[in-house]
Design a protein around this ligand. Sequence first.
Ligand code: 5RP
Length: 232
Amino acid sequence: MTDAEALKRQAAARALEYVRSGMKLGLGTGSTAKHFVELLAERVQQGLEVVGVPTSEVTRAQAESLGVPVATLEEHPVLDLCIDGADEVGPDLTLVKGGGGALLREKIVASAAQQMIVIADGSKMVAQLGAFPLPIEVVDFGVAATRRAIDRAAKAAGCHGLLTLRRRPDGHVFVTDQGHVILDAAYGVIPDPAALALNLSQVPGVVEHGLFINLASRVILAGANGVTVLDR
Ligand code: 5RP
């Protein structure tokens, strides 16, 4: 395991300390969340009773294959805790998410949870959001027009940058679990995340964006000097 993977696993292991038997859990997506599901599965084998609501088909398949009971958000519309990774963690625990393409389900699941805990290696902590391109999930109808509207909305929030249609490694357009496409916005810096979030949410064709504001209540960061827990 590389150093970075070991740090992700450390953060995931710490998050397990907040899990209790009987909890309904949102299960995140990405390489850090994958470590959490693996560790959770070990505890389930030892008798921990939880049910997980996965934020992606990939996480659903992983959880099922490891014997973690899964359910849908329709079955459990209120969750005790959601544990997920992030691409960036900024001031006030504001996040950029969606690098794995699951931002829409991730935001719905996190919003349904009484608490969201983010797990990450220390490199994800930033003074200002925006170096990681912001994922924006859009419907595939009229993408050219949607791009122009996103540019106007972003400009009004002080953001400028290229929008790139996300592709899979094989060159095909990446399609989300909900059947949409993703534009990755290279803004570099997002001076006012709340203003950008509001403006983007008003653009027709935008289904969701990767700014998570007032959702994470705790962030667990694992770095070379140990694990740090930040609370909002
Ligand atoms: C997926 C996500 C992930 O949580 C985010 O991309 C972080 O992934 P990783 O743990 O692999 O760095 O938002 O949509």
